[in-house]
Design a binder for this molecule. Structure first.
Ligand SMILES: Nc1nc2c(c(=O)[nH]1)N[C@H]1C(S)=C(S)[C@@H](COP(=O)(O)O)O[C@H]1N2
Ligand SMILES: [Mo]
Length: 375
């Protein structure tokens, strides 16, 4: 089935599955390697703020810098910029699968696996700006603060969306980005500038950046103490804080499968702060596994395509399952670790399919089948 990416899906819907203010990319349509900006998932706690870029300034404050500094967009763009291909994935991506596969319904946005996208982000390394602002040696963290309205839930005002970022990651590969796939950041994705924290939970990548509070002591926010943290049985304080995303994989929409006819199955795999080493495929619900072929770019904290030729011998229901392993040696489990809020669904995703009768004109036994004419 060929489809122009500019066309809308055949069923007349739009490119997204809708969850209130959040939208999720549909995997039942072809998803290009770079997620187009208008098909990239959106997760907003409130509403995107309207920002006048002429008056917008990024403030760098706190006792972790020698003095306060402010930057206009032009100031930021005057630094040497860099462009990287990286995924951005919501911590709750796959939450619906806790219910579907593990009988454990969890509250919150019922994401399938579409709360992830890959873009080429252009910006300046966060470390460049922090050092320019006069970073002190004893600074331990940065608190990026968004300019969207304070987040109010059940009558409690939690303040502006913000989450502490440890200095080690801040000085490593975090980026202050103003371009997404060679276009200015769309309003939904953080115009005029956002943080991109590669391989980490999506909440680390604060949008509509207004302030960077640099401190010499640890300061928390509800986004690392109440939310985006593991709660529930078996979690201790040390392993509860969420940072790096786990390794995951998916099977793309498969099309018609026929007994005796070869189909090429395709999909994708990704991992936080790592590349993908192997994607294995099972066509029998996980009893036996075959290694697939990885194709195309395989950047850390991004995704890679895989493909595998399969000629089913039997008609009827089959369960396809994939299992990815990353360059850090992490492998997808059969069951994702349970937690109260349904974060980090990392298990292998089961993909039921039905193999149809062969539509080949019956050929004499022993003659290899030819694909049926397309018509
Ligand atoms: N200021 C601000 N930054 C934010 C959010 C937000 O609501 N406000 N949502 C976070 C969450 S939970 C995710 S998953 C990502 C989503 O980024 P996207 O909407 O560009 O896909 O942004 C993060 N940054
Ligand atoms: Mo998120």
């Amino acid at each position: 089935m060929l489809r122009d990416h500019r066309d809308r899906p055949v069923d007349g819907g739009d490119w997204f599955l809708h969850h209130g203010t959040d939208v999720e990319t549909r995997w039942d349509e072809d998803v290009p390697h770079l997620t187009p900006n208008d098909r990239f998932f959106v997760r907003n706690h409130t509403r995107p703020p309207v920002i006048d870029v002429e008056t917008w300034r990024l403030l760098v404050t706190g006792d972790g810098v020698h003095g306060e500094a402010t930057y206009s967009l032009a100031d930021l763009q005057a630094f040497t910029s860099t462009t990287v291909e990286r995924a951005l994935e919501c911590t709750g991506n796959g939450r619906k699968l806790f219910a579907d596969q593990q009988g454990a319904t969890r509250p919150g946005t019922q994401w399938g696996l579409g709360a992830i996208g890959v873009a080429r982000w252009t910006g300046v390394p966060l470390r460049t700006v922090l050092r320019h602002a006069g970073l002190r040696d004893d600074a331990v963290q940065v608190m990026p603060v968004g300019l969207d309205d304070p987040f109010v839930e059940d009558g409690v005002d939690h303040g502006r969306v913000r989450r502490p970022l440890p200095m080690e990651k801040a000085l490593d590969d975090a980026l202050i980005a103003w371009e997404m796939n060679s276009e200015p950041l769309p309003v939904d994705h953080g115009f005029p500038a956002r943080l991109v924290v590669p391989g980490w939970v999506g909440i680390a990548s604060i949008k509509w950046l207004g302030e960077l509070r640099v401190t010499t002591s640890i300061v928390d926010s509800p986004w690392n103490t109440t939310w985006y943290r593991m709660h529930g049985e078996g979690w201790s304080d040390e392993d509860a804080v969420l940072d790096v995303m786990p390794v995951k994989s998916i099977i793309d929409v498969t099309g018609r499968l026929e007994a005796g006819r070869m189909s090429v199955l395709r999909g994708r795999a990704w991992s936080g702060e790592a590349t993908v080493s192997v994607v294995e495929l099972s066509t029998d619900g996980g009893a036996t596994w075959q290694e697939t072929t990885l194709t195309g770019p395989n950047e850390p904290s991004s995704w890679v395509e895989w493909e595998h030729a399969w000629t089913p011998s039997q008609t009827g229901p089959h369960e396809l399952v994939t299992r990815a392993t990353d360059s850090r040696g992490r492998r997808q489990p059969v069951q994702a670790p349970l937690n109260d809020d349904g974060y980090l669904f990392s298990a292998s995703v089961r993909h039921p399919v039905t193999v149809a009768e062969s539509s080949l004109v019956s050929s004499p036994a022993g003659t290899p089948g030819r694909p049926a004419p397309v018509g």
